[in-house]
Design a protein around this ligand. Structure first.
Ligand SMILES: O=c1ccn([C@@H]2O[C@H](COP(=O)(O)O)[C@@H](O)[C@H]2O)c(=O)[nH]1
Length: 293
């Protein structure tokens, strides 16, 4: 039986869809690389990290469909860096902006339960509206995260076809039934999203499909499966990794309306001025909206 909280709770898919309509289909990353800290005139330490991350919150909060802090760049400073991550996520929440924490978690179910609680639990210090997860211990091992996401109106993005060339070693491999590993992940997510109302632009469980994977989508025949999975398709690799929004539109075809291109360095290079960062975000989001329809 549903509780009154569950019935009144908005799903992640509907919140994301509204944000994509309002701000354009773009996910902007907060990736405080050492080189970017230097370019912004900041020190490569936790003070520099905090200044960088809070400047991004100021620039993107209220202006982006969704913001994706990359956990690794915070964790490299240990617990003070994680405290900055908590502050960053809280800042985005206060601005009413969706957050997607890129942590790529994946483990046996009993441990996955704890990872889910750490990032999707209602009172967790590093809670986000959505997280990235790795399915390579089996998509079913991620069930505790799917379950908590359903209970809290959060989202999950499952790695399927990543933007790096090395991903092919695993993701293009074929199983006994002839399907690639990538296709198995996409089909499993389609099953999870099966009950999503037909009028919803995107469902709650998404996939990560790199913006750079256009030829692979075609060669592996994944276009239809991506469209039918109904989930948002996070497409990292825009800009710094060489992909353009036109590449994305060509590669994803009929699934283009579900695509959420993601750019970090390409937008962050406009810093450190918050107005310049916001302008770079707006220009990229406008371009993406025009290309993806
Ligand atoms: O397949 C993947 C999955 C995740 N990422 C992450 O996205 C950003 C990309 O940053 P750019 O500066 O826009 O290249 C980064 O956090 C990656 O870890 C990805 O690139 N590909």
């Amino acid at each position: 039986m549903q509780t009154s909280t569950q019935t009144s709770m908005q799903t992640f898919g509907s919140r994301l869809s509204a944000a994509m309509n309002q701000h354009g289909p773009l996910c902007v990353g907060i990736d405080p690389h050492a080189a970017l800290l230097r370019d912004w005139g900041l020190t490569d330490d936790v003070d520099g990290l905090r200044e960088f991350a809070l400047r991004c919150v100021e620039a993107f909060g209220g202006h982006a469909a969704i913001v994706k802090p990359q956990a690794a760049f915070f964790e490299r400073f240990g617990s003070p860096g994680v405290a900055v991550l908590e502050e960053t996520l809280a800042g985005l929440r206060a601005a009413g902006t969706l957050s997607l924490l890129d942590v790529k978690r994946g483990d046996i179910g009993s441990t996955m339960d704890a990872y889910a609680a750490a990032h999707l639990g209602p009172a967790a210090p590093t809670r986000a509206d959505a997280i990235t997860v790795s399915p390579f211990l089996g998509v079913d091992s991620l069930e505790p995260a799917f379950e908590l996401a359903r209970a809290t109106g959060s989202g999950i993005f499952v790695l399927a076809l990543t933007s790096n060339a090395e991903g092919a070693q695993v993701q293009h491999a074929r199983q006994r039934d002839g399907r690639t590993v990538a296709q198995t992940v996409i089909d499993a997510v389609a099953d999870l999203n099966d009950a999503t109302p037909a009028d919803r632009r995107v469902a709650d469980i998404g996939l990560v499909v790199g913006a750079t994977t256009g030829e692979d989508i075609a060669d592996l025949g994944l276009g239809d499966a991506l469209e039918h999975c109904r989930g948002p398709l996070l497409a990292p690799g825009l800009g710094a990794q060489g992909a353009t929004v036109e590449d994305i539109a060509r590669a994803f075809g009929a699934a283009s309306a579900q695509v959420l291109p993601s750019a970090s360095r390409a937008v962050l290079a406009a810093g450190p001025d918050a107005a310049c960062l916001r302008e770079a975000l707006r220009a990229t989001a406008t371009h993406a909206a025009a290309a993806l329809g």
